[in-house]
Ligand binder design. Structure first.
Ligand code: TRP
Length: 332
């Protein structure tokens, strides 16, 4: 039987290169493999845990859907939906929350980090924490368990969430009999941490991202902003320590990568290297950028694709939720 592979992205900002290289690209590669049934979704209710302006929320949600489609997701072969269009996930969320201990949530990294910072700032530990944020891992467990997911491709920061889903699934299975598949995670080792403009991990929270569908001129500008050292052109440079080379590798052909590596080792000017990076990135992004624009101008096309995906998802979630509720004893 094919293994279900599932992942979601939450709409809290514009899709950037870190999302693409860390999540979308590997997920699209796995989606075409015969052994997997892919399920990808817009985690809009997870995005809501950060209170965002309605206009932003709408444009980020559509932006994520359009990005997946523009970059090559085939909705005929992948179940692709908006989380909020599959209400069974939220019923399961409640059921799972009654099986998850509060202590488990206290130990979740995202919450713990906030609580620790609050303590350091001598504020109440729960300052600024809404219940959605606190319960975040349970909703994520519902996303994963609802579709009998075998593998969740994730970044390192999400490993604990998959482990929590596993823990909760085990508790349920122990209490009510074998029901949920225990999920595993899969990390893309070499691309797990993509550096941003300032050299730290590329992340919305560091404001150091390169939005993937930036217009050409903007893309060039952002690439020029990537932090480099002040070595003169003729000095040899270590390609494997360079953000520019790391990004270049993701978009260039193998022969181009080799040639760039040689240029680094014999000395290359940063301006020159950045120019070549822009060239390969822009070459790859030109078409997706157009498709993205077109989709964003026609949100009803996106709605239609997502609605069809939600219908397919519900063909699984409706009967499975019934089975789950029967096991618990809601009806005989
Ligand atoms: N928490 C994930 C993130 O921030 C998004 C997400 C929500 C997710 N539900 C999921 C990822 C289920 C994988 C599986 O990136």
């Amino acid at each position: 039987m094919k293994k279900t592979i599932l992942t979601g992205i939450k709409p809290t900002g514009q899709i950037h290169l870190g999302n693409y290289i860390g999540a979308i690209k590997p997920a699209l590669e796995l989606a075409v493999e015969e052994d997997y049934s892919p399920i990808y979704f817009v985690a809009d209710y997870h995005g809501l845990t950060k209170t965002i302006d309605s206009e932003d929320f709408r444009s980020f949600s559509y932006g994520i859907a359009a990005a997946w489609l523009a970059l090559g997701l085939n909705p005929e072969k992948t179940i692709f939906y908006r989380q909020s269009d599959v209400p069974e996930i939220f019923e399961l969320n409640w059921i799972l929350s009654c099986l998850a201990s509060k202590g488990l949530m206290n130990r979740a990294h995202a919450y713990k980090a906030i609580a620790d910072n609050n303590r350091k700032a001598q504020k109440d530990k729960d300052y600024g924490v809404n219940m959605g944020l606190y319960n975040y891992p349970i909703l994520m467990a519902a996303d994963i368990l609802m579709f009998r997911t075998g593998i969740v491709p994730v970044g390192k920061d999400q490993i604990q969430h998959v482990e929590i889903a596993r823990d909760i699934a085990e508790s349920f299975n122990r209490k009510y009999g074998e029901t949920f598949v225990l999920p595993d995670y899969n990390i893309q080792e070499d691309t797990a941490v993509l550096p941003g403009l300032d050299g730290r991990k590329m992340s919305k929270s560091y404001h150091n991202t390169i939005p993937i569908f930036s217009e050409q001129a903007k893309l060039r500008k952002l690439i020029n902003k990537i932090k480099t050292d002040s070595l003169p052109p003729e000095v040899p440079k270590d390609p494997d320590k360079s953000t520019i080379f790391m990004l270049y590798k993701e978009f260039a052909l193998p022969a181009e990568v080799e040639s760039m590596r040689q240029q680094f080792l014999t000395g290359v000017g940063w301006g020159e290297a950045k120019g070549q990076l822009f060239h390969v990135m822009n070459r790859f992004l030109e078409q997706p950028r157009e498709r993205y624009k077109e989709l964003m101008e026609n949100p009803e096309t996106i709605d239609k694709v997502l609605k069809e995906g939600a219908d397919k998802a519900r063909e699984m979630s409706v009967p499975f939720l019934k089975e789950i509720k029967r096991k618990i004893g809601f009806y005989s």
